[in-house]
Structure formats: structure tokens, C-alpha cells
Design a protein around this ligand. Structure first.
Ligand code: UT7
Length: 334
């Protein structure tokens, strides 16, 4: 078995900043509610005409990751792209990145695991490196969520949470002690509808939505049973982290940096308390970007690396929970 190493990290977010106060133009909400319940102060939302799509933002993040890895698109053997907001219903966004970056006709795999998407994507890429099938893999998490939100007061419980952006990393065969030490992935499909967008889908195709137009049918907007999701999240995050650490005989005190999916600052603080970790062991940037779903971990990891909070040899742990329900962790010797 080969070992895997993160060679380069990159991120991209749209220029347009949307503050909590800006949201009061659309809906009955306020800065205090959003800050107290979520920690979010602002998010980035693409604006029509700025060229940002899930694929183009992924490409921008990937170019930075490639440059930092000192690799060119021709060196990449495979693309793993995690998103819940693909440019098209099909094909997936990975193939668009292959074209835009000018990679050879390499494989491109889309991952549909929402907030856990990047944890799943990294675990998937790791398997291809470990078996020796590929040497350099581009792993991308990208989301354009602002175009799919219900901006009326009816949708405020969800709309204020989500932001746009992308993060990427290059995972390569390691020739030193760097490695992904463990991956743990879970799902519980009986709770699929608690956090979901049900249409369009093969059961709710566009022609049916148009023909049976029902203004009360909101199945094309994200639905979240907020409290229910919150309660599961605060259980599953620590569980996934401990499962990963136990598998490699390490403890929360060994972690140099925990990079959790940025779902809610209160969830991260709960996890921190539960695992008895110090402030400097946790990366939080939801304040600036909101919840960017599959992009949140690579954006946060990139910012942490840029700020010198991740160095070679550090123990970096990711964890995520979200729609599916799905959850998981990656334990990384950076
Ligand atoms: O990333 C994937 C996983 N996602 C998560 O883990 C998110 C988990 N859930 C959460 O983070 C929280 O449940 C939320 C932040 C979504 C909501 O916070 P909450 O403390 O659970 O609030 P709530 O849904 O119980 O709503 C409390 C009140 C309600 O009013 P009433 O019924 O008490 O009068 C809501 O209507 O707050 C109201 N409310 C708002 N008020 C102002 C809901 N959204 C808003 C809003 N602005 N944006």
C-alpha cells in the first residue's frame, strides 16, 4: 500500500459579500438572530454575470492548489468533485473541470454526499492513491447555493445559512511520513428527507412540476428540520472523530488542527467542549463564509494552511455531518 500526501491547497470565493443586514432586504430576519444561532456574520454569493458557477469556482481553487503543488493539469490522473449544486442535472461538474483545466482525458468522478461530500471525496481519492492506481488526484469541493435558496421569510431558516465558494487540494503518492491515516464514512438513509431538496428528480421531473403547478409545493427548495439535524450533528461529529482517532491509537489532545465542516459555530463549539479541546486546535471560519457545504472543509483547510496553522507533520482531522444523513472523518498526518 502506498501513502497519500496533500501537496497543495487552494480556495476561491466570489467577491460579492452579503452581510446579515443585507438579508433583511429580502426577509424578516436580523443580524442578532443569525449571529447568536449560527455564528455567521456574512457569506459570499455569486452575482449573475460574474462568471461564477460550481465548476468555474472549482477550477479557480484547483489552479491555486496545482500551483502550490508545483504540478500542471497534465500531471493529474483523476478528478474527484464533491457538490450538491452541480452546474447541470447531468453530466456532473468533474468533467467540466477536466475540460476547463485542460487535463488529459482522465477519469472524473462526482460525489453526491452534500455536507459530508469532501470527507467522502478525500477518502475516495485516498483509496486510488493507496492502491497505486493513481499518483496525483485533484479533489474539489464547490458550491453555488445562492441561486437555489428561498429568499422570502418562509425560507429564512435555511437561506441565511448557506454561501458560495470552492476549495481544492492535490492528493499525491507520499514518499515520506505524510499520509491519510484513516477514513470513516457513515450513512442513515431513513433520515434522508430531514435535510433535502426533493425536486427536480426522477420522481419529480420538471414536466410534472410544470403541469401540476402547485404554489404550496416547495420541494424544489432546500428543506431542513433544523433542531433535529442539530441534535444528530452534535452526536455524530464527536463520534466520527473518536472513531477515526481510536483506529490509529490517538486522542483529541494529539490533534494539531480539527477542520470541521462549517455547519454552525455552535456545533463546532459543542464538539470542542465534548472532546475537551483548546481554541487553537479548532478551525472556524463560518463567520465569513456561512455554510459552503462540500466546499467548507477545503476552504477552511486552505485558510488554516495560509495562516501557518497547518505545517508538515501536523495531525489534521476533518469531520462532517449532513444530508443523507451522512457523516465521517479523515485523520491526516500532514
Ligand atoms: O450543514 C449540514 C448540517 N446542518 C446543520 O447541522 C444545521 C443544524 N441546525 C441548525 O444549525 C439550527 O437548527 C438552525 C441555525 C438552522 C436554527 O436554529 P434554532 O436555534 O434551531 O432555531 P429554530 O429553527 O428552532 O427557530 C427558532 C425561531 C423560530 O421562531 P418561533 O417559532 O420560535 O417563533 C423561527 O421561526 O427562530 C425563527 N427563525 C428566524 N428568525 C430570524 C428561523 N430562522 C430565522 C431567521 N431569522 N433567519
Amino acid at each position: 500500500m502506498y501513502k497519500s500526501k496533500i501537496l497543495g491547497l487552494g480556495k476561491y470565493v466570489p467577491d460579492n459579500i452579503v452581510t446579515n443586514n443585507d438579508l433583511t432586504k429580502y426577509m424578516d430576519t436580523n443580524d442578532q438572530w443569525i449571529r447568536e444561532r449560527t455564528g455567521i456574520e456574512q457569506r459570499r454569493w455569486a452575482v449573475p454575470g460574474d462568471g461564477n458557477t460550481t465548476a468555474t469556482m472549482g477550477v479557480k481553487a484547483a489552479k491555486i492548489a496545482l500551483e502550490r503543488a508545483r504540478l500542471s493539469p497534465k500531471d493529474i490522473d483523476f478528478i474527484v468533485f464533491a457538490t450538491l449544486s452541480p452546474d447541470y442535472y447531468f453530466p456532473g461538474s468533474g468533467v467540466l473541470v477536466q475540460e476547463m483545466l485542460g487535463c488529459d482525458t482522465i477519469g472524473a468522478l462526482d460525489i453526491r454526499n452534500q455536507c459530508s461530500g469532501f470527507v467522502y471525496a478525500l477518502a475516495t481519492a485516498d483509496q486510488f492513491i493507496k492502491t497505486g492506481m493513481y499518483k496525483n488526484i485533484l479533489v474539489i469541493g464547490s458550491e453555488l447555493q445562492s441561486t437555489g435558496l428561498d429568499l422570502s421569510t418562509r425560507g429564512r431558516g435555511v437561506a441565511v445559512l448557506f454561501g458560495d465558494g470552492a476549495g481544492a487540494l492535490v492528493l499525491s503518492r507520499s514518499n515520506d511520513d505524510s499520509d491519510i491515516l484513516s477514513n470513516h464514512l457513515h450513512s442513515e438513509g431513513k433520515l434522508a428527507k430531514e435535510l433535502s431538496v426533493l425536486a427536480p428528480g426522477a420522481l419529480n421531473p420538471p414536466n410534472k412540476l410544470v403541469e401540476d403547478w402547485d404554489p404550496e409545493d416547495l420541494s424544489y427548495y432546500p428543506y431542513m428540520n433544523g433542531n433535529f439535524v442539530f441534535k444528530h450533528a452534535v452526536t455524530r461529529f464527536p463520534e466520527a472523530i473518536m472513531e477515526g482517532l481510536n483506529a490509529v491509537n490517538l486522542t483529541p489532545q494529539d490533534i494539531d488542527l480539527l477542520v470541521p465542516h462549517q455547519a454552525n459555530l455552535r456545533i463546532s463549539q459543542f464538539v470542542q467542549r465534548k472532546l475537551n479541546m483548546r481554541d487553537e486546535q479548532i478551525m472556524n471560519n463560518i463567520q465569513k463564509y456561512g455554510n459552503t457545504t462540500a466546499a467548507s472543509i477545503p476552504i477552511a483547510m486552505t485558510e488554516a494552511w495560509e495562516a501557518g496553522r497547518i505545517k508538515r507533520g501536523d495531525l489534521v482531522v476533518t469531520a462532517a455531518f449532513g444530508s443523507g444523513f451522512t457523516w465521517g472523518s479523515n485523520i491526516i498526518r500532514f
